[in-house]
Design a protein around this ligand. Sequence first.
Ligand code: ATP
Length: 360
Amino acid sequence: MKATVSGTEVRTGGITLHNLQKRYGSAVAVDDVSLSVSPGEFISLLGPSGSGKTTTLMMIAGFEMPDSGQVLLDDKDITRLPPHRRELGVIFQNYALFPHMTVAENVAYPLRMRRMAKAEIETRVRRILDQVHLGALASRYPHQMSGGQQQRVAIARALVFDPPVLLLDEPLGALDKKLREHLRNEIKTLHKEVGKTMIYVTHDQDEALAMSDRVAVMHEGRIRQVSAPKDVYRWPADLFVAGFVGEVNLIPIMLKSGTVHGPAGEILPAPSWQDVDRDATLCVRPEHLHLEVSAGSSDGIQGRISGMTFVGDATIFEFRSEAGLQLLSKVLNVSAKRMPEVGDPCVASWAANDATILTE
Ligand SMILES: Nc1ncnc2c1ncn2[C@@H]1O[C@H](COP(=O)(O)OP(=O)(O)OP(=O)(O)O)[C@@H](O)[C@H]1O
């Protein structure tokens, strides 16, 4: 999408990737990646180390050239443009601030490179530093600031020239857990305020689920699923996504004439199934798996509690079926509830609608 105001082109920040491919020698780093990011959307590229997230982001930024495929900004093909002509803001994990420049000078740098007038630079720098709550620290040097503050300077520097798109590569990776959580909320708020398209690389599923409009899950150079966070969690497209995003119980099943049978042939609660008979996997999240002590008759898997771990707000029960299948059940620690104990015989069950059948 592209709008025109008084004859000037205004980029609105849609990014489209068409069949991007990148090899290093014989290894394929990014394998046929296509993705459409709407103007103003916050999308995360989520995946384990080596899945191709950074390489994809660097091809959008222009620091890597694809072997084939295209990158479009709105409807303009930018695949072969050098980074500085793409006008995209980029933020790296290590901040990459200039150590000999003050905060204000760091933030002013992209504007000086664009030869903007001094008064305009000062106004813009002041405005953006206020926006990231660093107005009072403008004359400090990077080494006089905390990691979180330095990261905010990097964000201010990337935003100051008003790019339509911000590319963020593990920007919180070097920070401790508390600060990460704080800054991820700040980035989310900032996203709402500035309305920029943001493409955010992370291997941290909590971060991706908490911040994004949509999450693109990557594995071995490919995008396996692109969906809203709650849909990635609730409706994983395949076993990789089910296992990577959140904890999951994977139960080997047999689909037989409309019913679902567990490893010992027992009938299991599951969504209705129309397709041919076959082996498959049933996915049930630990918070959906209930353990009922001595409930002899209900549909489910017979077994015993084999362990339990207190994790603060919840208790994780380990269950072992008679056939040797290990499952996890997560129960919130509500004081009035009677909890089962290790060794108790019980039936593991779940609501049919809380289970997902994967045939891959
Ligand atoms: N410059 C390079 N030369 C050779 N191989 C590379 C290069 N850059 C990346 N790779 C390889 O390409 C694959 C994808 O790497 P990439 O950095 O994109 O993954 P990632 O998902 O961002 O991982 P991480 O979370 O560890 O940064 C990996 O197997 C990596 O070793």
